[in-house]
Design a protein around this ligand. Structure first.
Ligand SMILES: C[S@@+](CC[C@H](N)C(=O)[O-])C[C@H]1O[C@@H](n2cnc3c(N)ncnc32)[C@H](O)[C@@H]1O
Length: 279
């Protein structure tokens, strides 16, 4: 932290303490909650949420498809793959089917650690700490860049000598520098053993078109934190050294979709998703 014009400013994020919980400035966690149909947002969040929706109506499908992907991937990991430990970085505000609820429904002994840096997520974290008696949940208030703090505090709940599913859903897009984003993934994956997993979603303009470009530009002028999209090629680099499982890096709505009995494949949306295993 350094002091600029009387205000404490976080050297890593560039945000002042005052903007940490500032109802007057739209924050990602709260706007995301608005698009998901939640109740935890302020007028400034709703205004930006509506403006972005007006430019790029698919944003609502992106948010919902991302959460549905989380449900399918965590079900696969806790079910077929037998994973019992989850580190969910960039958790978001509690909503329906949070990671621990999905995992513990299948395996009540699952242990889940949540990490976010949004102060309102911290305020609501109690809703994430409703573990089954057999399992455990914990919440860490930390910036994703501070992997040392995340790993140190996660070790209170997770055994880092046993496989962990590291989840980075819709968060690396807030780490604008690709090398810094890569360092986060590598730092976390280096600390977990063979048989661990990386789950990731990330927005891409490759699937979103011009309206998506305009909506992101608007976001960066009116809301916080600033966001970036990446190409499939750039996102694939996050998986270097890992084995990406079928069907690979795809629109997350098309990742092992639950196919309705009648009707075709879900629509492709501008958010890539993938699951990979550490060999
Ligand atoms: C788009 S939401 C995604 C929430 C959830 N993972 C999901 O997929 O539904 C991104 C979340 O990442 C959090 N976030 C953004 N930048 C962060 C950072 N540098 N460190 C920790 N959390 C961050 C935001 O507060 C927000 O809750």
């Amino acid at each position: 932290m350094t002091r600029e014009q009387g205000e404490l400013v976080d050297d890593r994020t560039g945000f002042s303490e005052a903007t940490r919980l500032n109802p007057g400035v739209a924050h990602n966690a709260r706007v995301w909650n608005y698009w998901l149909g939640g109740k935890d947002h302020y007028p400034a969040d709703r205004e930006v949420g509506e403006r972005v929706f007006g430019m790029f109506p698919n944003i609502v499908h992106v948010a919902r498809a991302d959460r549905a992907f989380l449900g399918r991937v965590v079900s696969h990991l806790a079910g077929q793959a037998g994973v019992r430990q989850f580190l969910d970085v960039g958790t978001g505000l509690p909503t329906v089917d949070n990671t621990h609820e999905v995992a513990q429904r299948l395996a009540p002994e699952s242990r889940i650690v949540y990490v976010d840096n949004d102060p309102l997520v911290l305020v609501h974290a109690r809703a994430l700490l409703t573990s089954t008696p057999e399992g455990a949940t914990d919440y860490i208030d930390a910036d994703a860049r501070d992997t040392a703090k995340i790993l140190r505090e996660a070790a209170r709940t997770l055994d880092l000598d046993r496989p962990v599913a590291v989840m980075l859903l819709g968060i690396l897009n807030f780490i604008l520098d690709t090398d810094e984003a890569l360092a986060i993934v590598r730092g976390l994956m280096a600390a977990v053993p063979s048989g661990s997993y990386l789950v990731l979603t990330h927005p891409t303009l490759e699937l979103g078109g011009e309206a998506n470009v305009e909506a992101m530009r608007f976001w960066n002028e009116h809301a916080t934190p600033p966001i970036t999209a990446r190409s499939g090629e750039e996102i694939a680099r996050f998986f270097d050294g890992l084995d990406i499982l079928d069907p690979g890096l795809v629109s997350c709505s098309l990742w092992r979709p639950d196919l309705p009995e009648i009707g075709g494949l879900p629509t492709r949306i501008s958010q890539y998703g993938a699951l990979a295993r550490k060999p």
